[in-house]
Design a protein around this ligand. Sequence first.
Ligand code: HEC
Length: 154
Amino acid sequence: MKTIFRLATLGLVSALAACGSDAAPGPTEQIIVREPGETPAVTLTKAPENISLAAAGEAAFAVCSACHSVEKGAPAGPGPNLHGVVGRAAGAAEGFAYSEALKTSGISWSEAELDAYLANPVAKVPGTTMVAGALEDAEQRKAVIAYLKDASSS
Ligand code: HEC
């Protein structure tokens, strides 16, 4: 008897289409067929939905990368380097000239705080100098936050 594993598929295509990126990956589906007792053909170290979400977030991050780097130690652009930002205090990337508003906001970047800031930075932190890059689409915000976490883990 054969065992069939169906892995994945997250319908983020519509969210990505809204982003207008050519690099947007379509939904992925992998079907693995194996005989009992065989070694699995693929070893997953992360849940499939997390892989898809971070990949979608990487595509959506194209909007942010005009101003932000995320690789460890990469120089800041008009915006601060975002490596390790999830879980960190706001305004804490070394050497970046943050606004007083963000520095004194008292925010610690939980996923919920990031979500609110990315939805509307100026409403969340009046006086912030991040005046572009808001993401209206909640799915895109979720994906970008997953990507920020993922990109910070290496
Ligand atoms: C036009 C440039 C620009 C774009 C585009 C932009 N940002 Fe920013 N971002 C900034 C600036 C400038 C700051 C610093 C704000 C301040 O000091 O008030 C900032 C701050 C941030 C912070 C807080 C960082 C910290 O260390 O506290 C996060 C998180 C962030 N941006 C995420 C994003 C994401 C995610 C996107 C894309 C969806 C994005 N930004 C798009 C310019 C930009």
